[in-house]
Design a protein around this ligand. Structure first.
Ligand code: ADP
Ligand code: TYD
Length: 207
């Protein structure tokens, strides 16, 4: 591997991002890389507010939520203690469970897509992923996995909304294909098979 990479995992809820994050971390470590894994919404103060809204502990307008994600992401990148830029500077390969494509797909249902892209342009200017990996499952598979895994359903986890989010992901991946590195993989397969596919792509890009 030539250098430490920044990789973003994307997909609708339950698509297997956390599962793939763990498998990918192992692969990088076997290849001799130091790995830092992270996620959005973050565990920082803004991320906590977002999680409270998602679990219905407090309410906020969708436009407020869109702006909170912008702030949470900037702090995720810039935090001096364990921000992504700091960790990359320290030689870690960084893998994040969600990044700005999540905002493009989820927030553009409520706020104009151009606004969401513009509002995230500071983040994109600071740090574009070496690879955005989109794990594709259908909304029906998503709901089935979420129901199996836990008892509560979060704000955006309805079949209709997930269908809309999936469509938005494909729309915006097409729109930004000129400036972003994107790999789409079929998430309805055994986790190891998906992971091998992702690894092959990473080696192709950076090996
Ligand atoms: P996400 O982080 O995208 O929400 P998770 O990795 O937490 O997704 O997976 C959601 C659920 O689906 C978990 O119960 C997990 O065990 C299961 N799961 C993950 N990957 C697969 C897969 N490839 N096939 C079937 N089930 C999976
Ligand atoms: P997450 O904890 O990754 O949920 P899951 O593991 O079920 O995929 O994300 C929580 C929710 O936050 C999820 O419904 C997607 C949403 N989200 C946005 O709406 N915009 C964003 O920019 C991000 C990062 C997440």
């Amino acid at each position: 591997m030539k250098k430490n990479l920044f990789i973003a995992l994307e997909g609708i809820d339950g698509s297997g991002k956390s599962t793939q994050l763990k498998l990918l971390k192992e692969k990088f470590e076997q290849a001799g890389q130091k790995v830092y894994t992270t996620c959005e919404p973050t565990d920082g103060p803004t991320g906590k507010i977002i999680r409270d809204i998602f679990t219905h502990k407090m309410e906020a307008d969708h436009r407020t939520i869109a702006a909170l994600f912008v702030a949470d992401r900037l702090e995720h990148i810039l935090n001096k203690t364990n921000g992504i830029l700091k960790m990359l500077g320290d030689g870690y390969t960084v893998i994040t469970d969600r990044y700005y494509f999540s905002s493009y797909a989820y927030q553009s249902a409520h706020v104009d897509l151009d606004w969401v892209i513009q509002a995230n342009s500071l983040s994109a200017g600071l740090l574009r992923p070496d690879l955005n990996i989109y794990i594709d499952i259908t909304p029906a598979q998503s709901i089935e996995r979420i129901r199996k895994g836990r008892s509560t359903i979060e704000l955006y986890e309805t079949l209709e909304n997930l269908q809309n989010v999936r469509n938005k992901y494909f729309e915006v991946m097409d729109l930004l294909k000129g400036e972003e590195n994107i790999f789409v993989t079929n998430g309805n397969r055994p986790p190891e098979e998906i992971s091998n596919d992702i690894w092959t792509e990473i080696i192709k890009k950076a090996g």
